[in-house]
Design a protein around this ligand. Structure first.
Ligand code: AMP
Length: 480
């Protein structure tokens, strides 16, 4: 998962792009980058947080009134600087691009490109491939002057070849800023505008808050398969292109997005509260009555607070989180992941001691975090521990850009609810039901492939094999 932002206006955009990226930092901490266009492309990207990659002088040097930015969360590829976005091409057109998602038929597309004699670069990265395909389609429509319909025709042609999830932004040199999404609209992208003198500055970002803090009025979200092109004269063109059944990523609501984000008219905080409420049914079914509900900070707060309210028991913060420890999830070995969880979370003794505790986390993937958390609660003197996952059992890997491992590492892929509870050392295990989530989002077409195995895109079975093989290779390399 990554965060993206783009802007086109009448003055330099780099500083504002960096502010906006900062607001998206929770979506990726591995690398950050900004590309601008004024008289030519200017690019800076590197590993680390936005504040580590950019200082004032660097942002001053990134002149240009249109630009794009990216924060990266390493998934399939390696965590190297060479994978950091944006990427750009100077030939046959000047195009710079960022995306959030994953091209699931990458291997097949890369093979086709290798056979194309005009394509001389070996693509190792799905964005590079998208860039090449779009440039190729644009060059087939090289009319002078270009019109927005030429741009849309090129996007539509590439949407028909690229399967998977992508919310993408592209700076087309001297022409404008292009935003487009995959035909299922799996990843989010929102548009905003801000009055500037006699004209408007337009911006796009993965989450609404990123635009709101910059004073933009939220115009709307891009629909599945839609493209919006803002040309250098400030004209906005939009078109619904290749569209398929809507399948918005349910994990955005469960884990990825900040609580103040709004997707498809659902505020994430409210959606989490609604999901917390449905978890109470599962407690009643199992006849469990905890003394207190605690959350695993910080993404589980709204689930836990509303579950407690529904059960009529107190919610209390049960852990203190050290915000300055790096991500445990992505550490290469189980031992390191385990140690990192211990450094990150410490229980508050008075909340835990002698109590029957319902502990809520947003999800359970490999079970490392939950196992450690249960140990911590036991060491803190908890009487009974009911572990609650606000997500249903994750049984299938994600091929759309979320780092959800290979099947063999997903605890719930082979174990029942009860067995998962035993494996992590809980006295009881409670999972959300997918049918309850569907009730909450009756008006949203969701992608819930990680729970149901129903992948919305074409060639998903073949793509899944490739994605798993890739991850196995990385795993082996990392363990050496
Ligand atoms: P695990 O320890 O492997 O079971 O991972 C579950 C924990 O990681 C939960 O606390 C989640 O908040 C967090 N998490 C879930 N999915 C992801 C993801 N794709 N990337 C990073 N962290 C995640």
């Amino acid at each position: 998962m990554c965060g993206i932002i783009g802007m086109i206006g009448n003055s330099n955009v780099a500083h504002e792009l960096a502010f906006g990226l900062n607001m998206l930092q929770h979506r990726g901490q591995d690398a950050a980058g900004i590309l601008t266009f004024g008289d030519r492309f200017r690019l800076k990207k590197g590993c680390g947080l936005v504040d580590q990659v950019f200082d004032g002088a660097t942002l001053d040097s990134l002149s240009g009134n249109m630009g794009i930015g990216h924060v990266r969360y390493a998934t399939q590829g390696s965590n190297e600087q060479s994978e950091a976005q944006p990427f750009y091409l100077n030939y046959p057109f000047g195009i710079g691009m960022v995306h959030n998602g994953n091209v699931s038929n990458f291997s097949e597309l890369a093979r086709q490109c290798r056979e194309d004699e005009n394509h001389i670069v070996e693509s190792t990265n799905d964005l590079e491939l998208m860039l090449y395909l779009l440039a190729n389609e644009l060059s087939k429509r090289n009319t002078t002057p270009w019109t927005a319909s030429d741009v849309f025709a090129a996007v539509e042609a590439s949407q028909k070849q690229i399967f998977g999830a992508y919310a993408s932004l592209a700076v087309i040199a001297k022409r404008g800023l292009l935003a487009f999404t995959d035909p299922h609209g799996i990843r989010p992208l929102t548009m905003g505008r801000r009055k500037e003198g006699n004209g408007w500055t337009y911006a796009f970002a993965s989450e609404t808050a990123s635009l709101e803090v910059l004073g933009f009025e939220i115009t709307r979200e891009l629909m599945p398969g839609e493209a919006i092109f803002v040309d250098t004269a400030g004209e906005v063109h939009s078109k619904l292109l290749h569209q398929k059944k809507p399948a918005f990523c349910v994990f955005e609501y469960i884990y990825f997005a900040r609580e103040d984000a709004v997707f498809r008219n659902h505020v994430v905080a409210e959606a989490r509260s609604a999901m917390g409420k449905t978890l109470a049914h599962r407690f009643r079914e199992k006849n469990l009555s905890p003394d207190v509900v605690v959350d695993v900070p910080s993404s589980a707060y709204f689930f836990a607070e509303s579950l407690a309210r529904e059960l009529g028991v107190p919610y209390q913060p049960g852990f203190v989180k050290n915000k300055y420890v790096g991500r445990s999830f992505i550490m290469p070995t189980q031992q390191l992941r385990s140690r990192a969880v211990r450094m990150k979370l410490n229980p508050i003794a008075s909340v835990v001691k002698g109590k029957k505790i319902a502990v809520v986390d947003d999800s359970l993937v490999r079970g490392t975090t939950s196992e450690r958390i249960i140990q911590l609660l036991r060491e803190g003197g908890a009487k009974e521990i009911y572990f609650v996952s606000a997500a249903p059992p994750i049984k299938h890997p994600c091929i759309y850009g979320i780092d959800m491992s290979i099947r063999t590492e997903l605890l719930a892929a082979t174990l029942s609810e009860e067995q998962v509870g035993k494996a992590i050392g809980a006295d009881a295990m409670i999972y959300q039901k997918l049918s309850d989530i569907e009730q909450v989002f009756q008006d949203v077409g969701l992608c819930h492939a990680c729970f149901s195995g129903e992948y919305p895109t074409e060639s998903a079975t073949a793509d899944l094999k490739f994605v798993e093989a890739e991850r196995m290779t990385h795993k082996k390399q990392n363990s050496h």
